[in-house]
Design a protein around this ligand. Structure first.
Ligand code: ZZB
Length: 267
């Protein structure tokens, strides 16, 4: 699977993460959460970024000035794709790929990050998502509730049970703006599908998988952009243009996940 890996720069750590991390990273370095997405054209609508609360993440040094927060598995893939290290330093096995620190996702919850292209320029929060897979992409998932049914169901649940999740309700209630007009599901495809399929919770995985499949197909084949530099263009055309613009500006890079591809082919 060929993903777009997006760089969400940390603006302010959660109190717990600050304690664990700040002393271990140079003051002038930037740290990025790096979600892998198949839908770069939806980045305008990011409202938060998810981590699995029980998944372990490493903070990996990419260069003197840059660190990435991803799973070790993803860092290993990135090393092979030329993201890390100079040639002298190339890790020969996973034990040589040591993060500066390793922490469970729950520690990062509440961290404020800058999401490239998002209309929420004040930043978005790192929030917990129980259904994140540790063995797909980077283990970090950016949240677009207008067009991803899983994201819509999750932010709705987070807002409803904010206290249970240990978050501020408003972190899960950033405005959901229409990004893509579709003939079948209107301009908030994920909301439409979650409601019409009567999906109650992020754990309704069978219905959510169906909704995701429908949202992908309708958005890609029949969608028209409502926002951004390629407003008015078909998604089939805009998708690669948004991706190229993000890569050119240094906010994203191509990321392949060879093992995830094997899984999806055999499934
Ligand atoms: C933003 C986005 C916006 C996404 C959207 C989807 C949609 P796939 O097809 O199963 O490979 N994702 C990425 N990594 C993980 C993970 N480790 N665990 C759980 N979810 C993950 O799915 C790729 C998509 O699943 C990615 O693209 C990411 O969410 C999420 F409007 O990024 B996406 C209809 C879907 N719409």
């Amino acid at each position: 699977t060929e993903y777009t890996a997006l760089k969400l720069k940390v603006k302010e750590w959660s109190a717990e993460a600050a304690k664990e991390i700040e002393s271990k990273i140079p003051k002038d370095a930037n740290v990025y959460f790096v979600p892998a997405t198949l839908r770069p054209e939806t980045m305008y609508g990011q409202t938060c970024c998810f981590v699995g609360p029980k998944i372990n993440y490493g903070v990996f040094k990419v260069s003197d000035k840059e660190y990435f927060v991803v799973t070790k598995r993803a860092a290993w893939n990135m090393a092979f794709q030329g993201r890390f290290f100079d040639e002298d330093n190339f890790p020969r096995d996973q034990s040589e790929l040591q993060p500066v620190v390793e922490l469970p996702g729950s520690v990062f919850v509440g961290t404020l990050v800058d999401a490239p292209l998002s209309v929420h320029t004040e930043g978005v929060r790192i929030l917990p998502m129980e259904t994140v897979s540790a063995t797909k992409g980077t283990g970090v998932v950016t949240c677009v509730p207008s067009d991803s049914p899983d994201d819509y169901a999750t932010v709705r649940d987070l807002a409803k049970k904010a206290e249970f999740y240990g978050i501020k309700k408003e972190w899960a209630e950033l405005e959901i703006i229409p990004l893509i007009e579709t003939p079948a599901y209107g301009n908030l495809a994920a909301k439409f599908l979650v409601e019409s399929k009567k999906i109650q919770s992020p754990k309704d995985t069978t219905l959510l998988a169906e909704a995701k499949d429908l949202a992908y197909k309708e958005g890609f084949y029949n969608g028209t952009m409502l926002v951004g530099e390629f407003k008015g263009e078909k998604v089939t055309e805009a998708k690669d243009k948004v991706r190229s613009a993000l890569i050119k500006s240094g906010d994203a890079f191509p990321f392949a996940d060879p093992s995830a591809e094997v899984i999806s082919r055999s499934a």
